[in-house]
Ligand binder design. Structure first.
Ligand code: SAH
Length: 214
C-alpha cells in the first residue's frame, strides 16, 4: 500500500526541474510530472525514494520506470491534445497518469490482473480516468484502433506486428526494442498505409514484454 494522501507536490516539482536539467525539453511533459504524486504509485516503504530519478519495484516482480525514461518516451511521442494513445504495460499506472495530464485519451493494457486492478483504483482515486484493460499487449486493442500514438513500456524482441497495424497513418510508436540485456529506444513512424520509418534514440533497460495474460 502506498502512503495515503495528502501529497505535497514540492518534490514532484523538483523532480521535473531535475529532468529538465537532464535534457527533457517538452514543457507539457515536465508540467505533467510536476503535478503527479509519484509516491502514490509505490509501496509506502519506498516513499522516501519516490521522487528520485530511478526505477522502483512494484508488485508481480515488475518496475515503475525511471522518471527520465517516462519523460523521454512521452516526449518522443510528440503528443497533440486529444490524441488517442495506446500504452502497453500499465504497471503502476504512473505513465498513464502522465498521459492523462497531457490531455490525451488513454488506453492502457496490462497482462497481470493484480497490477491492472491496483492501477485502476489508484488512478481513479487520484482523479485520472484512462481506459484500462487486462490483456496481452501483443494483441493490442483492435476494437479501439487506429491509435494516433502507441507507447510500449516493456521490451519486445521484435516490433509487434498487430500494433503496427493498429497505428494510424501519420502515427508514432515508441518502444524499447531488443533482447533481455538492454534495448534501443526506437521510434517508428507510419508514413503511409504501407511505409514505416524507424529511428533509434539510445540504450535503455526494461522488463521484458511477455506473451499472454497472468
Ligand atoms: N508503464 C509502467 C511501467 C511498468 S513495467 C509504469 O508506469 O509503472 C512494464 C509493464 O509491462 C509490467 O507491468 C508488465 O507486467 C507489463 N507487460 C509485460 N508484457 C506485457 C504484455 N504482453 N501485455 C501487457 N503488459 C505487459
Amino acid at each position: 500500500m502506498p502512503h495515503p494522501p495528502p501529497y505535497n507536490l514540492e518534490e514532484a516539482k523538483m523532480l521535473a526541474r531535475e529532468l529538465k536539467g537532464k535534457g527533457i525539453r517538452d514543457k507539457a511533459v515536465l508540467a505533467a510530472i510536476a503535478r503527479i504524486p509519484r509516491e502514490a504509485f509505490v509501496d509506502e516503504a519506498l516513499s522516501d525514494m519516490a521522487y528520485l530519478d530511478r526505477p522502483l519495484p512494484i508488485e508481480a516482480g515488475q518496475t515503475i520506470s525511471q522518471p527520465y525514461t517516462v519523460a523521454r518516451q512521452t516526449e518522443l511521442l510528440r503528443l497533440d491534445p486529444g490524441d488517442k494513445v495506446l500504452e502497453i504495460g500499465t504497471g503502476s499506472g504512473y505513465q498513464a497518469a502522465v498521459l492523462c495530464e497531457m490531455g490525451v485519451e488513454v488506453y492502457s493494457v496490462e497482462r497481470y490482473q493484480e497490477l491492472y486492478q491496483t492501477a485502476q483504483k489508484r488512478l481513479n482515486d487520484l482523479g485520472y480516468y484512462p481506459h484500462l484493460f487486462h490483456g496481452d499487449g501483443y494483441e493490442g486493442l483492435p476494437e479501439h484502433a487506429p491509435f494516433d500514438k502507441i507507447l510500449i513500456t516493456a521490451a519486445p524482441e521484435m516490433i509487434p506486428p498487430k500494433l503496427t497495424e493498429q497505428l494510424g497513418v501519420g502515427g508514432r510508436m515508441v518502444l524499447p526494442l531488443g533482447g533481455r540485456e538492454r534495448q534501443q529506444m526506437t521510434l517508428l513512424e507510419r508514413v503511409s498505409e504501407t511505409r514505416y520509418n524507424t529511428t533509434e534514440h539510445g540504450d535503455y533497460i526494461f522488463v521484458p514484454m511477455q506473451k499472454g495474460r497472468e
